[in-house]
Each structure stands twice: as structure tokens, then as C-alpha cells.
Design a protein. Structure first.
Length: 331
């Protein structure tokens, strides 16, 4: 059974998939450090309701270091690392991550982004490291540039070239989306969009996919994307001026929001459609585990949030030693 970890990593993204075949996939990285304590972000006052639980649980103030998290999972190496698109909040700490876990495969997009000047809270060394792999000057890990519909050993084929593998289906980008992103220097529409199938459940990773990407997805994959089990919200759940009509097709059972200021999050796009969501600021780290009873079980690292939700249902929450987290819901 494939287990997905949605990490609480400041205003950025980092997801981990532990595949049944033993491979580990990491999608994007933020707040990773092997040698120093990262700055702690200020908490954000959240007032919107999620799963009918309101309040500021302030998990953003204690972000997770993905390197430590992977070590606690006893991961010794990363089989594939996927850089959804070339924004710094999706590659914060990439050099340290690679130094610690030596990914065998690196999925990248054929973008032409350049950064000059002030890197703000991010490290210029991370950008230089990424640029070295992108340019080919760094030969390790193996760099793969993949597009919509790509097939290949291990990510969606077994070693004999038959279906299955690690259950990753690439829905975007296309060559046209990449060309337009490069021409307009709008890197969001260069994002990988990846559908992960595990135990018959569908989990969609979106990077920062914007309107052009969603137009492509709905035109070509509307049947595939109907009734998604879990949506990893594009843009961490920020409004970002997007057309959110794609939600009418996806109708996700649960959406996971990253960290951002409350005023920037598109809560109303979900609440108006009566769709459930959970934020990192409430839950901390979120773990998705499909079990043998055909449930997709959701665990969170923040007891206070799990306990508040359980009490709202007249129940008690339970602790999972396996995940070092608290049971929230089963989908």
C-alpha cells in the first residue's frame, strides 16, 4: 500500500510517497536543512472552517524539516525526486536534500527560468545547484524531462514494460504548455500534474498548475479526474486569480491546503461547493494511508486538531504508532 506524506513546510511544498515496491518519491522540497535550524515562520490567524472545525491551530509556527522527517521514516535514499516547476518555494533546501539522500532520478521540466538579484529568504546555492542539474553540468542524478502521457519503467510500468509500476501517471505539462510558459515567463503552467493511483484511490499532485494547465486537463482527462479522492491544492490553496471551475469536475473528497496567509487562501471556492479541506496550519503533517478494508485513512501530527474534530463527532481520536500521528477521518 502506498503511503503519502503531506508535510508542513512553511509557505512551500514537500510531499513524500512510500511505494509498495519499496521506492520513495519526493515531490518538491521546502524548509530542508542538514546543517542548520531553519527560521520559524510566524503563525497565521485562520478563521475559516475546515471539516467544520474553526480556529488557529498555529502549526505553521513549527514547520517540519523534510530531511529529519525522512530519516525518521528510515529512508536511506530517494528513488525519484520530482521538481514540479522552478519556483524557490518548491526547491528550498534541495542541495541539502540531495546531499543527504542521493536521488537516483530527477524529474524536471524543460524550463528556461533565470533568477538574478536578491533571493530573499531562499538560498542562492539552491538555485545554482538546481541550475547545474538542469544544464547538464551535474551528471548525477539522472535527469528526466517527461510530458503528458509518458510511460516508463518503474513510474508506471514494471521492469517488463507492463502496466503498474509505482502508479504515477503524468497528465501535464505538454510541449505546448512548456513553450508558452517559457515565452511568457509564467512558470506555473510548466508544472507537472501527476495522478497517483494506490489501492484504487486517486490522489492528484498539481504543483502550481494555473488556468492553461487546467484547460488541458479538463479537455483531455475529465473522465479520469472525476471524483478525485484527495486533491493537493494547486498554489498551496491560494486564490492566485485562478478559474476554480475545475473543482466542479474533480469534486475531491478531501483537499489539502499548504501554508499561506489566510487572506490569500481560496477557502470560499471550496466552501461554496461544500467540499472538505484541511490545512497544514491546522493539521501539521498529514498522512494518507489506504488500508486493506478499502478505506483511505487520514492521520495528522497535531493532536489538538484531531481531538477537536473527534469531539465534534462525539468520538475519541486514536493514536497510530505506525505513523506517529492521530487518526482524523477515513474516506
Amino acid at each position: 500500500m502506498g503511503i503519502v506524506h503531506f508535510l508542513n513546510v512553511n509557505d512551500g511544498d514537500c510531499h513524500i510517497i512510500q511505494h509498495p515496491l519499496g521506492h520513495t518519491t519526493v515531490i518538491d522540497v521546502c524548509n530542508a536543512s542538514s546543517t542548520e535550524t531553519k527560521d520559524v515562520s510566524e503563525g497565521t490567524a485562520y478563521s475559516a472552517k475546515s471539516l467544520n472545525i474553526s480556529g488557529n491551530f498555529n502549526q505553521k509556527a513549527t514547520p517540519t524539516n523534510p530531511i529529519t522527517y525522512l530519516e525518521n521514516l528510515e529512508v536511506s535514499s530517494i528513488f525519484r525526486y520530482i521538481q514540479t516547476h522552478p519556483d524557490m518555494d518548491h526547491m528550498d533546501g534541495i542541495e541539502d536534500l540531495f546531499g543527504s539522500f542521493s536521488p537516483a532520478n530527477f524529474w524536471d521540466t524543460d524550463n528556461t527560468k533565470k533568477i538574478t538579484g536578491d533571493f530573499g529568504k531562499y538560498k542562492e546555492d539552491d538555485w545554482k545547484f538546481y541550475s547545474g542539474i538542469r544544464s547538464g553540468s551535474e551528471k548525477n542524478p539522472k535527469r528526466l524531462v517527461l510530458y503528458d502521457g509518458a510511460t516508463g519503467h518503474y513510474f508506471n510500468e514494471d521492469e517488463n514494460g507492463k502496466g503498474g509500476g509505482d502508479g504515477l501517471k503524468i497528465l501535464a505539462p505538454t510541449l505546448e504548455l512548456i513553450k508558452n510558459a517559457n515565452d511568457k515567463e509564467d512558470w506555473n503552467d510548466s508544472s507537472y500534474v501527476i495522478l497517483y493511483n494506490t489501492q484504487g484511490r486517486k490522489i492528484l499532485f498539481c504543483g502550481d498548475a494555473h488556468d492553461n494547465t487546467w484547460e488541458h486537463l479538463l479537455e483531455n482527462y475529465s473522465d479520469t479526474l472525476k471524483d478525485i479522492d484527495v486533491l493537493i491544492a494547486p498554489h498551496h490553496g491560494r486564490d492566485s486569480g485562478m478559474d476554480f471551475s475545475f473543482l466542479d469536475t474533480l469534486c475531491p473528497s478531501l483537499t489539502l491546503f499548504g501554508n499561506a496567509k489566510s487572506k490569500d487562501l481560496a477557502y470560499d471556492k471550496w466552501t461554496s461547493r461544500k467540499l472538505n479541506y484541511v490545512t497544514n496550519n491546522q493539521a501539521g503533517n498529514i498522512i494518507l494511508d489506504p488500508d486493506q478494508d478499502d478505506y483511505l485513512r487520514v492521520y495528522v501530527s497535531n493532536f489538538d486538531f484531531a481531538d477537536a474534530y473527534a469531539k465534534s463527532k462525539g468520538a475519541k481520536t486514536s493514536y497510530s504508532e505506525t505513523h506517529d500521528a492521530w487518526s482524523l477521518i477515513a474516506l
